[in-house]
Design a protein around this ligand. Structure first.
Ligand code: SF4
Ligand code: SF4
Length: 178
């Protein structure tokens, strides 16, 4: 399980969590010298079905340190690899009592490091990985998307050519300097 904004159907009730000391963790505790769950954030996104949705995933994946994954329940998430400002040098929370609710709801005994299970079923770090997955798993949607994309590129190229070419002189126009 990854630290994410969860599922839309959640009740908002906190799961069982273990309250950890602010700065000192027992050396044997799983969280000791880890801090992994404070190095990213994941936000649930709509399942990409339309041309626009797929273009959005394409756009997300053109960014460094941004990935998209599908979890074991089939829900989609965008993940940003970015370290929280409040992680201490000891890899603990510097604002433990005031930390956001999502942090206090996150249970260390369900995290990937403890369970040794990946949070995701499919993980995309580059557009090609996503498009390969789409072609294999949703071929009809992939075909529809690629056709629409081809049309979009043709239109874009035509517009660029039009902009690059000077307007044709109308019949009867007087040449400058004539
Ligand atoms: S909850 Fe998991 S990821 Fe976070 S610090 Fe503890 S062991 Fe590491
Ligand atoms: S607020 Fe604390 S628990 Fe939450 S991500 Fe930052 S360092 Fe981690």
């Amino acid at each position: 399980m990854a630290k994410s904004n969860g599922h839309r159907g959640d009740t908002g009730e906190p799961e069982d969590t273990m309250e950890l000391p602010l700065l000192e963790l027992p050396g044997t505790h799983t969280c000791n010298d880890c801090g992994e769950c404070c190095t990213y954030l994941a936000v649930e996104i709509d399942h990409p079905t339309s041309f626009e949705d797929i273009e959005h995933v394409f756009w997300y994946l053109t960014h460094r340190d941004v990935s998209v994954y599908i979890d074991w329940e089939g829900d989609w998430f965008i993940e940003f690899r970015t370290v929280c400002e409040h992680v201490t040098d000891e890899k603990t929370c510097g604002i433990y009592e005031e930390r956001p609710k999502i942090c206090s709801d996150f249970s260390w005994n369900e995290c990937e490091r403890t369970t040794r299970e990946r949070a995701w079923k499919y993980h995309f770090e580059k557009p090609d990985q996503y498009f390969d997955w789409l072609r294999e798993k949703q071929p009809a949607r992939y075909d529809k998307y690629t056709k629409a994309r081809r049309k979009q590129l043709e239109k874009r190229r035509a517009q660029q050519t039009e902009e690059a070419e000077p307007p044709a002189a109308a019949e009867g126009d007087v040449q400058a300097g004539a």
